[in-house]
Design a protein around this ligand. Structure first.
Ligand SMILES: [Zn+2]
Length: 201
């Protein structure tokens, strides 16, 4: 179990590596600002850290994380996700948006089984993913729908990305690509959504 003392040790290692041993990266990032090419929408889950999974270095990925890697549709004007998307697309001009979901997602489990009806915040948030639940339950019985729902939710988030006009315009112009990945925390395998086949491969 990592407590804050262990995190401070981790910080000490990080500082040694990036500010003493190899200071050029942060010197450049400080001088020139960030220019990540990829925006990642990932789950808050502690087991599915996009920077760790991808080996991204500081400055490489612009990340927004939330319960169940949800992208609400544009009309909902949800400011945390929407503002990150707007900044990433309009100002940083990222070339890729990646929705990263994962297996055993607690948010998706709660959505599937209506586990958080009395919550203050969670149920209203995961309700944005309700269409993914509907689609998954058309394909499989609820007891085996977890992975299917996680993947439908990634596809739904991609669809909702395109409801943001400045995302849609850049995708149509060919200057922005959207991707869906599903990370299996049991075996570490990463599956990529293929929009041609409609499958994760
Ligand atoms: Zn999750």
């Amino acid at each position: 179990m990592t407590d804050t003392q262990q995190l401070l040790k981790g910080y000490s290692d990080f500082h040694q590596r990036y500010f003493r041993d190899e200071p050029k990266l942060y010197e450049r990032l400080h001088r020139d600002g960030q220019s990540p090419k990829v925006l990642v929408v990932a789950c808050s889950d502690s087991r599915a850290d996009p920077a760790l999974i991808t080996g991204a270095q500081p400055g490489d990925i612009f990340v927004v994380r939330n319960v169940a890697n949800i992208v609400p549709c544009f009309t909902s004007k949800v400011h945390s996700v929407g503002s990150a998307l707007e900044y990433g697309v309009k100002h940083l001009k990222v070339q890729h948006i990646l929705v990263l979901g994962h297996s055993a997602c607690g948010g998706i489990k709660a959505l599937l089984h209506d586990e958080v009806k009395d919550s203050d915040c969670i149920d209203g948030w995961i309700a944005h993913a309700a269409p993914a639940k509907d689609r998954a339950l058309k394909k499989c019985p609820i007891d085996s729908a977890q992975e299917c729902c996680e993947r439908e939710n990634i596809i739904l988030s991609i669809e909702n990305l395109l409801s943001y006009p400045w995302v849609n315009d850049r995708v149509a112009a060919g200057t922005l690509q959207v991707h869906g990945w599903h990370f299996n925390i049991a075996d570490g395998i990463l599956y990529q959504y293929n929009p041609v086949t409609g499958k994760f491969e």
